[in-house]
Design a protein around this ligand. Structure first.
Ligand SMILES: [Zn+2]
Ligand SMILES: [Zn+2]
Length: 327
């Protein structure tokens, strides 16, 4: 079949489901083949605790996928966030088995047994400004520095796995309603379950995350853009009262255009404005601009890397190990 050429002729599906899967390897095999046969691209993770994915494809293939998943009783409660795009959001399809569908190093937390109370986007919109409400962002710094809810508390973490260490900072809000949020809701399933386990009582989670709130309620009071883990890098979710909160790494002008530094040894993921992008040839500093391995800047600041695809953590990991060896 011809691939559609119309603008917005692709769907991007974001979804997860916590449910016990007995034989993740066997399920992976079957699932992978099904997705290949339906021309889907993206990243799907399967674990004994469930299924998590972001995929793109034609509306027909995506509709078929959703029907295929929902027909499986294990996933009958699954909630798909559907966004539209004029192209695929991924270059390839990866279907992998991992220990957890969202890496938290908390294998004993089972959200399908107990998790924070779901708040649908409309309910969240109604109560988010109440005095007894505290909104907590469970995403990493590179994500919330691009955009977050007005007045949200952030945890200063570089990776979701670090959040349990930060829970003590929330102790002072124990008598308030705590509402957790993340991109698509999956991190909150574990984070809110963990809060309950730690003795917090009024724990709620924004069901479907920022993305669903943007689709259903126009994203009011989400400031900046929402970081996403596909080729789009960041998406607009607020059509009601949008503002820019990030600034160009080079010149400091208000800017939310995320690029990867053209120096592959740096690969810093920062906002760089259109104009600085061209003058700096996609590099974040003068040193990076003159690096011998600097990649060719095509105006996007996006570079296809190893067969494993784009990994936003690489820069962070490398900087940490340099700090250890004292470079
Ligand atoms: Zn600039
Ligand atoms: Zn750089």
């Amino acid at each position: 079949m011809m691939e559609p050429l119309n603008p917005k002729a692709y769907f991007i599906l974001l979804y997860y489901c916590f449910t016990p899967i007995e034989d993740p390897e066997a399920f992976r095999e079957e699932h992978h083949l099904w997705c290949l046969a339906h021309h889907l691209k993206g990243r799907i993770i399967i674990a004994s605790e469930g299924l998590n994915g972001t995929i793109s494809g034609s509306p027909k293939d995506c509709e078929d996928y959703m029907a295929y998943i929902k027909a499986d009783p294990r996933f009958s409660d699954i909630d798909f966030k559907i966004e539209k795009s004029d192209k695929h959001a991924f270059e390839k399809l990866h279907v992998r088995v991992k220990e957890e569908i969202v890496h938290a190093d908390l294998p004993n937390i089972k959200p399908w047994q107990r998790t924070g109370t779901y708040l649908e986007p409309s309910e969240f919109k109604k109560i988010k400004d109440d005095e007894d409400v505290v909104i907590v962002d469970f995403r990493s710094e590179y994500e919330y520095s691009m955009g977050k809810f007005k007045n949200a508390i952030t945890l200063g973490i570089e990776n979701f796995r670090e959040f349990p260490e930060k829970i003590k900072d929330l102790e002072k809000f124990k008598d308030k309603k705590i509402i957790t949020y993340c991109t698509g809701g999956i991190k909150c399933e574990k984070a809110s379950a963990y809060l309950l386990e730690q003795g917090f009582e009024n724990v709620y989670q924004l069901h479907g995350g920022i993305i669903k709130y943007g689709i259903e309620e126009g994203g009011e009071d989400f400031e900046g853009k929402c970081y996403v883990f596909d080729n789009r890098v960041a998406v607009e979710v607020n059509s009601i009262n949008p503002v820019t909160i990030s600034a160009c790494f080079v010149c400091g002008v208000g800017c939310d255009r995320m690029v990867n530094c053209a120096n592959p040894m740096c690969n810093n993921h920062v906002p760089i404005c259109e104009s600085c992008g061209w003058t700096m040839e996609g590099a974040c500093t003068v040193e990076c601009k003159t690096h011998p391995e600097k990649r060719i800047y095509d105006g996007t600041g996006y570079y296809q890397k190893t067969p494993n695809g784009y990994n936003p953590y690489i820069g962070l990991i490398r900087r940490k190990s340099e700090a250890v060896i004292g470079k």
